[in-house]
Design a protein around this ligand. Structure first.
Ligand code: ZN
Length: 268
């Protein structure tokens, strides 16, 4: 068994491992990592087996709260095992106070709470459909030409004074009506005009567990099953749902692990 210790590099692949696995991305909390091995290999991350494309590509996510390292094990078609012990850069999270949100979206009444649960179930069900698209291999583009990020990924949220779950996406400040473009190709798996928290909401499947979500949209021009090319418009931004001003909320997931879209493409 060969061992190879790799840390925080834009391109990973030390001399001993160069022929077995190529890994792309920064090993940091919230990152989407992509890699390639010989077709027919097996790859596990902390014991979880990853699905490979026929040409040997794979993808995995590093959670916001991931620990200091991860084990990547590659077994090539001949049965040779390579074990990589990868360090994960730990981040500090901002505290974000948002006031003036519609009160029913922060402390919902029973009927609204029921609807929030239904919305959430639909979002999780859509995520489970993630299929064989290969858009995850593309270099992601920004979905809107934002001038600033109004709230970053991972912040600890205090909404109308109440402690809430961390922010699992980034908020890009753009005027209502800004065209929203697919950052990578994929298939639409959810298109809902009016969810309680996320307002007009679209989800795109980029394959192999990678999905993206767009919230607070004012207009949606696609339906589930539609296939989008990279850069194709599918909606217009707005401030529907739990929002105090016009912006696009953009989230990227690997299965149920929320990732930082700001690590995938340059944002202000
Ligand atoms: Zn947001």
């Amino acid at each position: 068994m060969k061992h190879c210790v790799v840390t925080f590099l834009a391109f990973l692949g030390c001399a001993a491992a160069a022929q077995a696995v190529e890994l792309h991305g920064k090993m940091i909390q919230g990152a989407l990592m992509r890699g390639i091995v010989a077709p027919g290999s097996h790859v596990t991350v902390d014991g979880k087996e990853l699905r490979l494309t026929p040409d040997g590509q794979f993808v995995f996510g590093i959670a916001r709260d991931a620990g200091s390292d991860v084990d990547l094990v590659v077994t090539d078609p001949a049965g040779v095992i390579e074990e990589l012990h990868l360090g994960i850069t730990q981040r500090k999270w901002e505290v974000s106070r948002v006031d003036g949100l519609p009160e029913k979206t922060v402390t919902p009444d029973p009927a609204t709470l029921e609807q929030i649960k239904k919305d959430s179930a639909a979002i999780h069900a859509a995520r489970r459909q993630a299929g064989d698209e290969t858009g995850f291999e593309e270099k992601f583009l920004p979905p809107v030409p934002a001038l600033r990020v109004s709230e970053s990924f991972g912040s600890q949220r205090i909404l109308n004074g109440v402690a809430n779950a961390p922010h699992i996406g980034i908020d890009l400040a753009v005027p209502t009506g800004t065209p929203v473009l697919a950052p990578a190709s994929g298939k639409v798996i959810l298109a809902a005009p009016d969810m309680v928290l996320t307002g007009g909401t679209v989800m795109i499947d980029h394959g192999y567990g990678v999905t993206s979500v767009y919230a607070h949209l004012s207009e949606i021009s696609v339906k589930p099953g539609d296939v989008l090319g990279q850069g194709q418009e599918f909606a217009k931004s707005g401030m529907t749902g739990r929002a105090t001003g016009p912006h696009l909320h953009w989230g990227v997931f690997w299965f149920e692990t929320a990732l930082d879209p700001g690590l995938l493409t340059p944002v202000p």
